[in-house]
Design a protein around this ligand. Sequence first.
Ligand code: ATP
Length: 375
Amino acid sequence: GPPDAAAADMPLLRVEGVSKKFGSFPAVDHLSLDIRAGEFFALLGPSGCGKTTLLRMLAGFETPDEGRILLGGRDIAPVLPHERPVNMMFQNYALFPHLSVRDNIAFGLKRAGMARAAIDTRVAEMVALVKLEGMEKRRPDQLSGGQRQRVALARSLARRPKVLLLDEPLAALDKKLRESTQQELMELQRRLGMTFIVVTHDQEEAMTMANRIGVMNAGRLEQVAPPRDLYEAPASRWVAQFVGDVNLFDGEVTSHEHHRLTIATRDGGAIVVAVPRQPVAKSPVSVAIRPEKVKLSRPGVASDASNSQPINRLEGVVTDVSYLGGSTVYKVKLDSGAILRSSVANTARLDTDTYDVSQRVVAWFTSDDCVVLEQ
Ligand code: ATP
């Protein structure tokens, strides 16, 4: 029927308390999620956390044990996979080896009963979209990995689904090709204005491509947020550790005054942090500090404290220096025994301080550079 005002506010896809068990093992565990039309959404999580199982339920290849999946406000449980306006591109591409590029792309259109002339037009359009002109007659074994990936993409887009599900779409490609294909996928998604849901265990890939990321752990969503929020304001210790590099100190809150918390850390030290927006339980907590927030100075040299926030200073010895081009990562063994990583941008300035292994340093960070997390 015609879309009404309520439908316009509805997310395109709504996952409502969905569970899926294999035997007694909960692969997906009471998971809820809304996805808006036109989003590039990434499901990110370690191997075995249930990403593919969730995707397969959206596609209709698995049936939830509990919960509902709504598309445009309608429960899609009764809709067969090939009748859903949802298409899936598989990790191994699942191309038909004996069919040409053209026939692989045309396969779903034929099955849907599209007229031959219309199929020809649509295939030509798809071939142009993924830049495979001139390769229509080749079989998959006569294509490179990147070209096979494009055929799979063209085939999954041919029926113009509302939602495209991509299961580790770039896993088979080498690093350079993966990076250029990421850009192509983003451009394609924007151009088509389609909703993409991509499964990946590669956080850089998720951060690069997605508008929002759902971080999955053991069948549940730990956090759903735009890449920046995920990195700057992780919702849990687990997310802080999974997304990007992080220094973590576990400890107990010992005092709370003047918008500051003091945390006695397990290594015997104390860290002062700004009071977080969400209240934090008394104990135990973790303090997360990203390596690029940790600055280094020589002992005795005043830290460059241009802001009025309290500064945490921790002394130690450099044990490792990794030059990474844009930045240098220093590993510092603190006097407390803890290891702290500091990532220093390599600016063009020649007077940028560098430090050598065995050198004593002060590692410092302000109270508002820390995130306090409940454990
Ligand atoms: P990966 O990144 O390794 O593909 P994933 O996050 O996609 O992992 P799933 O494939 O969804 O994980 O699997 C989730 C859990 O469910 C795993 O422990 C897996 O072994 C189990 N599982 C998946 N499919 C089945 C099945 N058909 N029968 C039994 N167990 C299954």
